[in-house]
Write a protein that binds this ligand. Structure first.
Ligand code: SAM
Length: 253
């Protein structure tokens, strides 16, 4: 305990020397918050449990989705990585299934699209539902390659949708297919990028009006980004819980 405290203090002193006192203080405040703010403590506890479950999922299905990767380690330039929230983390299955259940949508009518599909975890989980087809789009080449391998090897007795594709593309350039869509977002973008992606989806709706739903999931609380969806003039709110937010495109832009 004493040596951990000593190490942390040394780290802070070093940070203050190299990056300034303000950065060091921000770092210290953040570190303390993980121990005292109840929602952060809950998140940290869940993270440990879910990491273990992710390893079991990988073993069971012969895939590789567990762990976290800074986007700069998987082929994304720093300025783009910052727009993409900086980190790959696979979706937690219980939140994914709860969000789909709460949507009450007739899923067989929709193509499932994962915006920022990482290593394909949400794509594999979505395949347990009878979607028309499943598409994932990911801009980090290092993650996309793993997703392609995972989809090729994935086997599950629960699988009901067998048409799954992963594409390597930036969500800001990617044209959504002209089909009824359930677009899934597991915290992939910062606010301005999310706003631009929603506008792009709405433009696609204007060119080809059809049912398009946006399902946003956040493992801490959707409050972190709900306002971007709720304030967008192209969207109408359908449902909201702590971890998921469902909106429908009702106007083009
Ligand atoms: C939190 S991870 C979610 C991974 C996956 N959806 C899942 O649920 O397991 C967010 C992903 O979004 C990707 N991403 C961020 N910005 C992107 C963009 N502009 N275009 C495509 N992918 C992006 C990141 O590289 C990362 O893999």
């Amino acid at each position: 305990m004493a040596s951990r405290l000593q190490q942390s203090t040394l780290k802070l002193v070093n940070l203050a020397r190299t990056q300034g006192l303000q950065t060091a203080l921000q770092h210290a405040t953040n570190a303390i918050a993980w121990h005292v703010v109840p929602s952060r403590r809950e998140f940290a506890r869940n993270l440990v449990q879910e990491s273990e479950l992710a390893r079991k999922f990988d073993q069971l299905h012969g895939v590789d989705t567990a762990g976290e990767s800074p986007l700069t380690d998987v082929g994304v330039p720093p300025e783009k990585a910052a727009r993409g929230n900086g980190l790959y983390r696979g979706i937690w299955p219980r939140l994914f299934h709860a969000a789909l259940r709460e949507s009450r949508l007739p899923l067989e009518r929709f193509t499932f699209v994962d915006y920022g599909s990482g290593k394909g975890k949400a794509l594999m989980l979505a395949s347990a539902y009878a979607f028309r087809r499943i598409v994932g789009m990911e801009f980090a080449p290092g993650l996309h390659e793993v997703a392609v391998r995972n989809l090729r090897g994935y086997r599950s007795p629960q699988q009901r949708c067998f048409t799954m594709d992963a594409v390597c593309a930036d969500a800001l350039d990617w044209e959504p297919p002209a089909e009824p869509l359930l677009c899934f977002f597991f915290n992939p973008f910062d606010d301005p990028t999310m706003e631009r992606v929603i506008t792009r989806v709405a433009r696609s709706w204007r060119h080809a009006p059809r049912d398009i739903y946006l399902l946003y999931v956040n493992v801490r609380d959707v409050r972190e980004q709900a306002r971007v969806f709720e304030r967008h003039s192209a969207l109408t709110l359908v449902g909201r819980s702590r971890h998921s937010l469902l909106t429908k495109v009702t106007a083009g832009r």
